[in-house]
Design a protein around this ligand. Structure first.
Ligand SMILES: NC(=O)c1ccc[n+]([C@@H]2O[C@H](COP(=O)([O-])OP(=O)(O)OC[C@H]3O[C@@H](n4cnc5c(N)ncnc54)[C@H](OP(=O)(O)O)[C@@H]3O)[C@@H](O)[C@H]2O)c1
Length: 348
């Protein structure tokens, strides 16, 4: 099969090219073989390719196939698996920039009947990551206000919708008017441009009493700014560092004490390795919102056809052109809609 293989970390993403690679083989008793139809283009991929992600110290070392989120069709599965061959699935797994992948059944979910594989791919594991961050970890409640930093990104568009779906208010911070418009379409209660020098004050002014937000969801690494935006006894969850370019900020800890703030970190992949029940809870919580029709996939408008377009897609991501998820179309057109058991019973 063809894949984007990292034989050694690269310094220039433009050097990535598809090449022949062995078809991945099952490693665990619950592994599924999936033909990939679509792969998501993510910030994590840019880091993995260059060896700049924390996972590159231990878990992700060359040689490996790049890519972390996908949608596809199960081609083989253990006899006990709930995912029969032909089932459309989506989720997370290292090696998605390839024609096929082997993943544990716990890291994928069935594609809802009303979604295409491209739409499911745009959601990938990001919905579960954002649900885990906002709900399990930061304990966002109905009636509270959440600030979403990195709102226009793949994780952020999920976080905004999750906050709204549970009856919280969502204030979002974005980089341009096209992204601001998208936020309003997703139901954001307030939108602030991060280029404004006093954007933190603008955020506070959008809260009901001017005291600040209850929860900050930080996918960009702006913790000092997040602390400024929080009210007394607020909670901040650190999700990612998309704005830091690898340089992590130092935080004045007195700001945490002065407002009795709670700061959490959340590492979805590590939770999956150490506390799989917590990860399952995040997936189940998120899928509950999907089934209730509360989540809309957000696909970036540009088309990227085939693994050969990976450089252009990653470059667009790095140039801040993309919003939602950019999608690489790999075996598009091979997807077949299979009937769910319930549909089959209804037909009989
Ligand atoms: N905790 C976990 O388990 C976990 C799991 C997956 C990913 N992550 C991390 O989460 C982060 C977000 O991932 P993603 O896939 O959503 O990335 P993404 O799709 O590339 O989105 C990045 C977001 O960051 C914003 N951004 C970039 N530079 C900025 C700046 N200087 N100031 C303000 N905003 C800026 C972008 O907005 P503009 O385009 O407008 O600049 C965009 O909204 C990444 O750091 C990723 O590594 C964490």
């Amino acid at each position: 099969m063809k894949a984007i293989v990292i034989d050694q970390f690269v310094s220039d993403l433009a050097s990535l090219k598809p090449r022949e690679a062995s078809i991945p083989q099952p490693k665990g008793p619950k592994d599924l073989h999936v033909r990939i139809t679509h792969a998501a283009v993510t910030h994590v991929d840019t880091l993995y390719a260059q060896g700049l992600h924390q996972n590159n110290h231990r878990h992700v070392q060359p040689p490996f196939i790049l890519g972390n989120e996908f949608a596809g069709i199960v081609t083989s599965s253990p006899a006990s698996s709930p995912f029969r061959p032909g089932t459309r699935v989506f989720g997370g797994g290292l090696g998605s920039y390839a024609e096929s992948i082997c993943v544990d059944e716990g890291s994928v979910r069935r594609v809802p009947g009303r979604w295409s594989n491209a739409e499911a791919c745009a959601v990938g594991a990001s919905g579960a990551v954002s649900w885990g961050s906002l709900i399990s970890v930061a304990n966002l409640q109905q009636g509270e206000t959440a600030l979403i930093l990195g709102a226009s990104g793949g994780l952020g568009v999920m976080a905004v919708q999750i906050a709204k779906a549970i009856g919280a208010r969502a204030i979002t911070v974005v980089g341009d008017e096209e992204k601001a418009e998208m936020m309003r379409n997703l139901g954001a209660d307030g939108v602030v441009d991060y280029h404004a020098s006093n954007w933190e004050d603008e955020v506070k002014a959008l809260t009901e009493d001017g005291e600040g937000v209850h929860v900050v969801y930080d996918a960009i690494g702006a913790i000092e700014s997040g602390l400024k935006c929080l009210r007394y006894r607020g909670r901040l969850v650190i999700v990612g560092f998309a704005a830091r370019g690898g340089k992590i900020e130092e935080v004045r800890a007195n700001r945490i004490l002065l407002k009795s703030i709670t700061v959490h970190g959340y590492r979805f992949g590590e939770d999956g390795r150490r506390l799989p029940e917590r990860t399952k809870e995040a997936w189940d919580g998120f899928m509950g919102l999907v089934e209730a029709g509360r989540i809309k996939p957000v696909i970036y408008k540009e088309q990227y056809q085939g693994l050969g377009e990976i450089c252009r897609a990653l470059e667009d991501l790095q140039m801040h052109k993309t919003w939602g998820r950019a999608i690489l179309r790999i075996n598009e057109g091979m997807e077949v809609d299979i009937e769910t058991e319930a549909e089959q019973k209804a037909r009989l």
